[in-house]
Design a protein around this ligand. Sequence first.
Ligand code: RIB
Ligand code: CA
Length: 326
Amino acid sequence: MIRLVLDCDPGTDDAFAIMLAALHPATELMAVSTVNGNVALPHTTENALRVLDHIGAQVPVFAGADRPLVRADLPIPRDVLNADNPKFQVAELALPPSRTPVQDVPAVRMLIDTFLDPANADVALVAIGPLTNVALALEQEPRLAERIPRLVLMGGAHVGGNVTSTAEFNLWADPEAARAVFTAGLREIVVLPLDATHSAPLTWADCDAFADLGTPAGEAAAMFLRHRIAQDQTPDGLKAEPSAPVHDPLCVAYLIRPDVITSGGAFPVTVETTGELTLGQLIVDTRPWSKAPVTATVAFSAAVEVFREVLMEAFAHDLGTGPTPP
Ligand code: RIB
Ligand code: CA
């Protein structure tokens, strides 16, 4: 059994990752922590609770940081930032309001207590939002660098960006936190950047396949994916067919099927924190002669067939205690 803690900023793709981790037979989702990111913290927290209630999963949710470490005024939550496309990441996921309360314990406390516990030496940490909570936990308890066996994160882009031409949103939203995480001396960091997530887009046919499962997770996945494809801004000429990347669940899929990643390598990796045009850029040193210490494994491409198979395996499950009728 692959046990994990998920730090997220739901977000429709975070919702996919939550459902995958909670439902796949190979994984046990021990806890969810939320962070300011796609939308403000109260919304990312409510959205995480809604997703878990929708599928009937009993997983505790812990609220974390409501702003970046340093840029308290910048960047702003994505639903405010993307004024030009406000429908992409909406404040409230289109699911019934949550019935389960958030935990009283702050997320950073949960992360520290979880990973200091020797009984959790096998538990992976998966971070699919800005890295503020992870950086705060490492700062408050540096022993976590030795205790977290591996951190798998969605973030960055080796080529390109989304929120700017050079930076991906999660790293851009809190670049100081990202830099702190990459330099904390963690035992293993695996990075799933946009290069990998964009190489495995999902399609309208996948929406139908999810809906045909007839489960709460399949219903939600179809709805979220239809929304993502409809809102996707990649020019159609650049796509073989209407599709959209679903970034975050690829991290969980990697835990289940490492072969989902089809290319990549171990490199010196860090994050730009001061560049006028490159703030938040993921810096991957691929020079064979580099003397810098290797700090992370970076994936450059993924197999959509494996990704799809893992998602279908998980979303076919109905915990039977799913959504109450509206
Ligand atoms: O850039 C994509 C990432 O930013 C995803 O994790 C998405 O949910 C947002 O957090
Ligand atoms: Ca996310």
